[in-house]
Design a protein around this ligand. Structure first.
Ligand code: HEC
Ligand code: HEC
Length: 451
């Protein structure tokens, strides 16, 4: 009797063990993407995949450099400029104050509580580049990852992540220091000035067939919140009117359900762009292929450098694309605080948006872009085609308007040509001859601010 009970317990135990093993293997079986499971187990595996993929994607978005420290460190030697001559680098070094003034952000959650308090009370020396190294060691500089020598004393390279341009912080500890806000466009970030600080820009100069001084001039022409993601394809640094060809950094939230992304239509969907930007702009080690750019007339730099068909010896990007995609699509557009717009006017503006002002013909609520092919030639929206034509498909993407309130700095449209939302509405009013009264225009603006 006793023996029977004993073996019963043992059997039950083995059963649990086996069950766990089967369950675990089913959960991980999604990696092979070809499991034959019963309905329940399959559904479990799908749910598990969703959770894991989200977590991985967030880590990639925030911290993955795709091996691009080889470019920003070994090639451009940006880490030397950050470190400064006193610490084996070059120049004055980049103090935290200088970094913040370049629009870089600090993730307060990565800082020990005592350090947070000291910063909030102004007790930390923000003028010392050594403090920047401490922040990098804590992995606290949003979008910048430091790689240190084995003794941990010197920066040996830096790499960048998606969060550099597409995240900011809520300033809860101090201006530029707070909790991460992933997906929000960093319109304070002066990418051009940061890159221009690198001691060696010969790689850009060679690709663009110019000298480093010219490269620096181009980089300094961008200004805060702007970046030129097409320069190393077409070599066009300036528009025909002489202004910089850089575009505004768009938000990376509110993308689910929408077909085309970025300002122009040829960059396809989110995952296309992730590969494009990770390999050809962030210079991660990976694969990028798009034969539409193999066109020496339109994309001479891409053809000369072969960037349209990049096949690194190692690929640290392709395997990250699925999880990065999951995370990207989960990033919601943030709702505006209630006190930032006039609700009564916004309600009337909504009626105008879908009615008299005809905005909803393109910005179809609640996506605020066309379900389907969301792109237009410049003449349809009353602007030139310069930026559209820097792209293989030659059209502007209907921007989804949710979360507009969170990226008003730098203006609107791809190049920020309209300083305010009222300027945008005035433009449409003239272009489409809408005949909106001043009151109606303001109502549409309040509605836009409420999205
Ligand atoms: C150096 C700044 C910078 C970095 C780093 C960067 N991006 Fe971007 N991103 C941009 C700019 C600029 C655009 C607009 C490009 C265009 O339309 O020509 C853009 C566009 C996008 C868009 C489309 C937004 C829209 O309006 O539809 C998404 C999504 C996006 N990026 C995600 C990412 C991800 C994911 C990464 C990391 C793999 C990344 N970006 C890295 C600057 C950056
Ligand atoms: C024919 C289609 C179309 C119509 C109609 C239209 N839009 Fe747009 N909208 C676009 C496109 C395309 C863009 C992107 C322009 C660019 O990239 O420079 C855009 C951009 C915008 C932006 C700038 C978004 C940003 O992130 O900078 C705002 C705001 C906007 N539209 C509001 C409106 C309002 C308000 C109306 C109605 C008065 C309207 N649109 C009517 C196609 C349209």
């Amino acid at each position: 009797m006793k023996r029977v009970r004993y073996s019963g317990v043992l059997l039950a135990f083995l059963g649990i063990l086996l069950g766990t093993a089967v369950y675990t293997s089913l959960l991980f079986a999604q990696d092979t993407a070809q499991v034959k499971l019963s309905g329940d187990a399959y559904e479990q595996a799908v749910r598990f995949n969703q959770r894991q993929s989200f977590e991985n994607g967030r880590r990639i978005f925030r911290f993955d450099t795709f091996g691009n420290e080889r470019f920003w460190g070994d090639t451009l030697k940006l880490h030397q400029a950050i470190q400064g001559a006193k610490l084996d680098g070059v120049g004055d070094g980049v103090s935290p104050r200088a970094a913040l003034s370049l629009g870089l952000k600090v993730d307060a959650d990565a800082l020990p509580r005592a350090l947070q308090n000291d910063i909030a009370r102004g007790r930390v020396n923000l003028d010392d580049p050594a403090t920047t190294l401490t922040l990098l060691k804590l992995n606290a500089v949003v979008g910048v990852k430091g790689f240190f020598t084995p003794d941990d004393n010197r920066l040996r390279a830096v790499g960048i992540t998606c969060a550099l341009c597409h995240a900011t912080v809520d300033d809860s500890v101090a201006p530029g220091i707070g909790k991460r806000l992933d997906g929000w466009a960093n319109r304070d970030l002066n990418v051009g000035a940061i890159v221009a600080a690198a001691p060696d820009l010969s790689v850009y100069a060679n690709a663009l067939q110019t000298d480093q001084a010219t490269v620096r001039k181009v980089l300094m022409s961008w200004g805060p919140g702007r970046y030129d993601a097409e320069l190393n394809f077409d070599g066009k640094a300036f528009r025909p009117d002489g202004k910089s060809a850089a575009t505004l950094i768009p938000p990376a939230y509110g993308k689910a359900g929408i077909n085309l992304h970025t300002w122009t239509s040829g960059h396809g969907n989110v995952t296309y762009w992730n590969a494009y930007v990770a390999v050809t702009q962030m210079h991660g080690q990976g694969t990028f292929f798009d034969p539409r750019y193999n066109d020496p007339q339109r994309f001479p730099v891409a053809v000369r450098t072969g960037i349209w068909n990049t096949r690194g010896p190692v690929d640290l990007v392709t395997s990250r694309l699925p999880d990065l995609h999951t995370y990207q699509l989960a990033l919601l557009a943030p709702k505006p605080p209630a006190n930032t717009y006039n609700a009564a006017m916004a309600t009337r503006g909504q009626a105008l948006f879908t009615g008299k002002a005809r905005c909803a013909t393109c910005h179809v609520p609640p996506l605020f872009a066309e379900p389907g092919w969301n792109a237009h030639r410049g003449e349809e929206i009353g602007v030139d085609n310069f930026q559209a034509d820097r792209d293989p498909e030659g059209a502007y993407v209907t921007q989804r308007l949710a979360g507009l309130w969170a990226h008003q700095r730098g203006g609107f449209y791809h190049d920020g040509r309209f300083a305010t939302l009222l300027d945008v509405v005035n433009h449409y009013d003239a272009h489409f001859q809408l005949g909106l009264s001043a009151q109606e225009k303001n109502e549409v603006v309040e509605y836009l601010k409420s999205l």
